[in-house]
Design a protein around this ligand. Structure first.
Ligand code: SF4
Ligand code: SF4
Length: 288
């Protein structure tokens, strides 16, 4: 079974990516959703999935010092490039929260007092939605490794797809063009970009489109909050063509949409937008 993977992305936060994704997900006969915005996972809020399993996520090993074996020579502190080792009042050394797991201190310690131990940096979940499953996660605030966590839950999603014989995987990506975005894009066949019709939305779209060009990923575009800046409309359309995208829909700025979302409804529940979402759905199917 060939897995069709689509990522829904936006250059900036607040563009309406997750609200469109939630509506699109409801149209698939069977689907696995991945909420790859592990710093601010919002898809579960809109779709209220039923949690099936959850597990700790260990992103990397960090150093720990056994005080009873420490000879207080200070070599670990000296070599640490991250200021992650402190001398305690008792004279021995201890690792603080800044540890980046490079293991240099373990390498130099003459007493083998340093061990590298797994460090929990988040929780990951598999939940049930009406027509499939949702794989999602929460990174603990302040923790690194969000890109690794996204790669990890995407692997979980692919395994689940194979087990359940589900052929479509839709990723609600994080906003921006950081390593989290890259981690959400690798291996997908198509990207749906939600472009807010504003100056910042256009600027961020250009950055995202350049990233997609590097990955040679085709992309379709939904303009959201259209009409906010009519003077910008032609420039937005030109940018999409210039970057090889294809505009598939435009959703106007409408104050009723946030009210609909606050009732935990989606665009499908608004009669003016149901057909728009259905058209976008057709455009992200395999071979569309
Ligand atoms: S290098 Fe080892 S023995 Fe020296 S201060 Fe660090 S932990 Fe203690
Ligand atoms: S593992 Fe690296 S970053 Fe962490 S305390 Fe040791 S030297 Fe510093």
């Amino acid at each position: 079974m060939k897995l069709h993977q689509v990522a829904v992305m936006s250059g900036k936060g607040g563009a309406g990516k997750t609200s469109l994704t939630a509506a699109l997900l409801k149209l698939f006969p069977e689907v696995i959703a991945v909420d790859a915005d592990v710093n601010a996972s919002n898809l579960p809020i809109l779709l209220s999935p039923q949690r099936l399993t959850e597990a700790d996520y260990y992103g990397m090993d960090v150093a720990t010092i056994a005080a009873e074996s420490c000879a207080a020579c200070g070599q670990c502190k000296e070599i640490c490039a991250f200021s992650a080792v402190d001398q305690q009042a008792t004279g021995v050394y201890a690792v603080n929260d800044e540890c980046e797991g490079c293991a240099a201190c373990a390498w130099v310690c003459p007493n083998q007092a340093v061990s590298m131990v797994p460090h929990m940096s988040g929780r990951k979940y598999v939940s049930q939605i009406r027509n499939g499953y949702m794989v999602h996660a929460d990174l603990i605030p302040g923790e690194d490794n969000s890109g690794k966590l996204i790669a990890n839950i995407r692997e979980d999603a692919r395994t689940l797809a194979a087990e359940k014989q589900i052929a479509t995987l839709v990723i609600d990506g994080p906003p921006g063009t950081s390593c989290q975005a890259i981690s959400s894009l690798t291996g997908v066949q198509l990207v749906l970009v939600v472009l807010e019709e504003s100056l910042s939305g256009l600027s961020d779209y250009r950055r995202l489109a350049k990233l997609l060009e590097k990955f040679r990923l085709p992309h379709r575009v939904v303009i959201n909050k259209g009409g906010l800046n009519p003077a910008l409309a032609a420039e937005v359309e030109l940018a999409i063509v210039t970057h090889g995208g294809r505009q598939v829909a435009s959703i106007p700025f409408d104050a009723e949409i946030p009210k609909c979302l606050s009732r935990k409804e989606t665009l499908l529940d608004m009669k003016d937008y149901r057909s728009v979402v259905e058209e976008v759905y057709q455009q992200i199917l395999p071979d569309a």
